[in-house]
Design a protein around this ligand. Structure first.
Ligand code: FEO
Length: 400
């Protein structure tokens, strides 16, 4: 990542990881990611915000040299997940004069995750301002966006908000190119789905605080900087509102085409009623299951209904459906309805075993429709009825 001047006192000079394919070995990152780091220069002191991931520290050190930063007074840790904190010790070796600064939770977590003694951290309190001389960084903890330790810092004099993971995106902009807005918005949505949606109920306060501050610029820990903050704040307001579109997300896995036949038939009926259906194949041989699951999770940010179409394997759900259920349970999408359809060969406990994996998904569970073997003429009539039931549910006025 190149050194980027944000204002007379602020530089962006973090690291870029364009080849990253899966964040946390789980979330697809088709545009890679960046580990953003910022320098804030006051009249008296220099602060660095977030020391990047350990295997990217050489990029940060090189950028610091390029920017002529030969002295750092404070290293502020906004969040101790290793993609932002892993380079801390190497950075301290290069700048031994620097003091580590973080909230009490950051100090506690640095000890847990990096074995840096908490006593080595200068603890900063909520709303306390770190004076840099003519400029100050005010500490605003944002717990559970998305870890307990996430912290924003507010540079009042320039109205710049350093937002940690909040408002981020997994998008490594190619060197010497401007960010593509379409990709930026797309990756902001997938990032929200996979990082922030699980704690979405706790984000309203942080979002309101961000609005109150009325920043001119938002500098997140991943992805491009927001020079028009209203764009991302409005997106987040819509994401956390719980408002959903009347549409169906339909993940499908099928072994011998019976379940797929049912899924396609039902999707066509629903589309005929004017209910859009997005089918996601969990069994695409050309696509890693994590990519398919990531697309499903992203699609559930604002969809009213998910219909899992899965066959029974040894009395339980096909393991790909089970893996998706674990993901949905963790990510807690704001679905209003969830349903299960599929075929089985000789016996099934799929309904119980599937929903046992979903205790945290509070959507209304609709009737399950199971078919033995290939659907018969009678089964298609049941699917017609099922489609009518879904139509009633999804477009009934009281659920709008
Ligand atoms: Fe980007 Fe929670 O780390």
């Amino acid at each position: 990542m190149k050194v980027q001047k944000i204002s007379d006192h602020v530089l962006s000079l973090g690291a870029s990881d364009p080849g990253l394919q899966y964040f946390d070995k789980l979330m697809p990152t088709p545009y890679g990611t960046s580990y953003n780091s910022y320098i804030v220069r006051g009249e008296d002191k220099v602060a660095l915000l977030d020391p990047v991931q350990s295997d990217s520290i050489h990029q940060l050190l090189s950028n610091l040299a390029l920017a002529g930063v030969s002295h750092i007074d404070y290293i502020l840790s906004l969040h101790t997940e290793q993609d932002h904190s892993g380079g801390t010790e190497l950075l301290l070796q290069r700048f031994p004069e620097a003091r580590l600064v973080g909230t009490g939770k950051v100090a506690e977590f640095l000890e847990i995750h990096l074995n840096i003694p908490a006593s080595q951290v200068q603890v900063i309190a909520e709303n306390e301002t770190l004076d840099l001389g003519g400029l100050g960084l005010t500490c605003i903890p944002i717990p559970f966006a998305h870890w307990p330790d996430n912290t924003m810092y507010w540079l009042e004099e320039e109205r710049i908000l350093f937002s940690s993971d909040l408002y981020g995106s997994h998008y490594a902009v190619p060197p010497y190119k401007a960010a593509d807005e379409k990709i930026h918005l797309e990756t902001t949505r997938s990032y929200y789905a996979e990082i922030m949606m699980p704690t979405s109920k706790l984000l309203g306060r942080h979002l309101a605080k961000s609005r109150d501050l009325d920043p001119l610029i938002i500098c997140p820990a991943h992805g491009p900087i927001w020079y028009e903050p209203d764009k991302v704040l409005s997106l987040y307001e819509s994401y956390i509102s719980g408002k959903v579109d009347k549409r169906v997300v339909m993940p499908v896995v099928s072994m011998h085409d019976s379940t797929k036949t049912m899924a396609y038939y039902l999707a066509e009926k629903l589309e005929g009623f004017g209910i859009p259906v997005n089918i996601h194949h969990l069994d695409d041989p050309n696509q890693d299951l994590r990519v398919s699951m990531g697309k499903v999770v992203e699609d559930t940010v604002d969809a009213s209904c998910l219909i899992m179409a899965a066959p029974t394997v040894l009395t339980g759900p096909h393991p790909s459906a089970g893996a998706l259920a674990l993901m949905l349970n963790a990510f807690k999408p704001p679905l209003k309805y969830i349903a299960l359809i599929g075929s089985f060969g000789w016996g099934s406990q799929i309904e119980k075993r599937f929903y046992d994996l979903l205790p945290q998904v509070k959507a209304e569970r609709l009737d399950t429709l199971l078919v033995k073997g290939l659907p018969t003429e009678e089964d298609y009539k049941l699917l017609d009825e099922y489609a009518r039931m879904l139509k009633e549910k999804l477009i009934s006025p009281e659920k709008e």
